[in-house]
Design a protein around this ligand. Structure first.
Ligand code: NAD
Length: 462
């Protein structure tokens, strides 16, 4: 029997998609299963040059991966078979997304691309959302509304909408945003159709993929003998966990080591607390001792030890039992952060601390107290951030600190006031009920003193 050809349309032609999802589909093709291929497009016009280059290369490009030991590997990726060129009406995206053979529409449009409030509601105050509610296509919501309206009009075959961005409960959060958008637009027929004929499984994606620098193309030319105009590079580590809830078929991803699960939550929680929180810890501590890069900061033993203690003493007991080997996950994560060939900046990872404290760190503090354990190792993280923010307020950071929710005037005043730490700890949006706990205030006070002392001789363990 002739195998049915299916298309995975991907919206968001960034580096990450090409180093991650496209690699998995490429591996399937290599195994002889070419029933699925990717059609790649973008909502914004910032990927036009890349898409043109890819089109000239028939969608092919080289992926360079590098391990923590410095082994480099080169592979020509062949799963992108169609390039969807950009125009203001997103004509080719609408055409391809409404085609019957498209059974999955996946996207990476960055964390900010979902325009959600801290309460996870669609942020209707944002200009892009206002424009899309008026019929434009600046966001994933406006674009999908056009694509799926056309699909409903053409044949109405179901389709899976797969969020591949780094967002907690990414499928659910996107879906809630999208359904709110359709409701506000008053599109009741499309709203009902999306509710019944689409699915949005949650996914957990992982592979550090920096922006490719010019030296990637030079190495690719040397190694592959190919003047590739669209190479990408990433770390050798890769992981993808997906809830197995596709409505109109899917590639046999389990054959290429994608973990297909009922619930992504244990993986997501491990990633947020072990990977993301430790990453921030390392970036704040590294910055405070004058380092610029994550790998250099991780290789400082006292800093690595802070992250190791936090995970070992507080996070692992909080997340156990787990289907994952959490101690192994910790060790792999710390080895990845120390990869000297991935030059990720402390500035990038230190950003958005005011959202990371409640999202990544406070749950562990609360759970430790809940089992009568003093979260001494976890308190190091908000204490580091407090010292970091103090340096920011004194104009002593070596770079601009980026934080989407930072009220500059408010925090300038607070951090320079006499009892700054008390006020910082008393903030319920950061620490929930612990903001009113005398015990937690005491723990934070002593931890900040430890950190200030450590900064005087940072070669010592904390
Ligand atoms: P990139 O900068 O290479 O590409 C970003 C893409 O998003 C571009 O195509 C851009 O046009 C599009 N975009 C940006 N804002 C948008 C918006 N508001 N609406 C629609 N499209 C928008 O970035 P990347 O490395 O490809 O990463 C993209 C996302 O992938 C990340 O934000 C993250 O959620 C996820 N991710 C990345 C990595 C990584 O290491 N790079 C790892 C895991 C997950």
């Amino acid at each position: 029997m002739l195998k049915q050809k299916s298309v995975w349309m991907h919206i968001g032609a960034g580096s990450f998609h090409r180093a991650h999802q496209a690699w998995y589909l490429h591996r399937l093709i290599q195994q002889g299963d070419d029933s699925w291929s990717i059609a790649l497009g973008n909502i914004r016009n910032d990927a036009n040059a890349l898409l043109d280059n890819l089109a000239k290369q028939k969608g092919e490009y080289t992926l360079e991966t590098v391990s923590p030991e410095g082994e480099r590997h080169y592979e020509k990726i062949t799963s992108v078979r169609k390039i969807l060129h950009w125009d203001e009406q997103l004509t080719e995206l609408v055409e391809q997304g409404s085609d019957k053979e498209t059974r999955v529409i996946a996207f990476t449009v960055t964390e900010g691309g979902y325009y959600l409030t801290p309460q996870h509601e669609l942020d209707v105050e944002q200009g892009d959302i206002k424009a899309d509610l008026n019929g434009e296509m600046r966001t994933i919501y406006g674009a999908l509304a056009h694509i799926l309206r056309a699909r409903l009009a053409r044949h109405g075959e179901p389709v899976t909408l797969l969020n591949c961005d780094n967002l907690r409960h990414n499928g659910e959060r996107f879906r809630h945003g999208f359904l709110s958008f359709l409701q506000l637009k008053g599109e009741s027929e499309l709203y009902e159709w999306v509710k019944n004929q689409t699915r949005s499984p949650n996914t957990m994606v992982d592979r550090i993929t920096p922006r490719p620098t010019p030296d990637v193309a030079e190495r690719v030319k040397q190694q592959m003998g190919w003047d590739d105009k669209a190479p990408v590079m990433g770390e050798s580590f890769i992981q993808w966990v997906i809830e197995d809830d596709f409505i109109n078929g899917r590639p046999a991803l389990e054959n290429v080591d994608v973990e297909m699960v009922d619930s992504v939550l244990p993986w997501e929680e491990a990633k947020i607390r072990i990977l993301n929180a430790s990453h921030s810890c390392i970036a704040w501590a590294g910055t405070l001792i004058g380092l610029n890069y994550i790998d250099d900061s991780t290789r400082e033993l006292p800093i690595k030890q802070m992250a190791w203690n936090y995970v070992t003493q507080d996070v692992i007991p909080s997340l156990s039992p787990s289907p994952l080997d959490l101690a192994q996950y910790r060790d792999v994560v710390l080895a990845r952060f120390g990869n000297p060939y991935i030059k990720d900046t402390n500035q990038r990872v230190a950003a958005d601390g005011l959202s990371k404290i409640p999202g990544f760190i406070t749950p562990t503090l609360q759970e430790c107290y809940g089992r009568n354990q003093i979260p001494a190792a976890t308190a190091v993280l908000p204490a580091l951030f407090f010292v970091f923010l103090t340096r920011w307020a004194q104009g002593q950071l070596p770079y601009e600190y980026q934080d989407g929710v930072l009220d500059v005037a408010y925090y300038q005043k607070l951090m320079n006031s006499d009892n700054a730490l008390d006020k910082f700890v008393a903030d319920e949006t950061l620490f929930g009920a612990l903001a009113n706990s005398a015990e937690f205030h005491g723990l934070m006070k002593s931890t900040v003193i430890h950190i200030e002392n450590w900064l005087k001789s940072p070669e010592q363990l904390l």
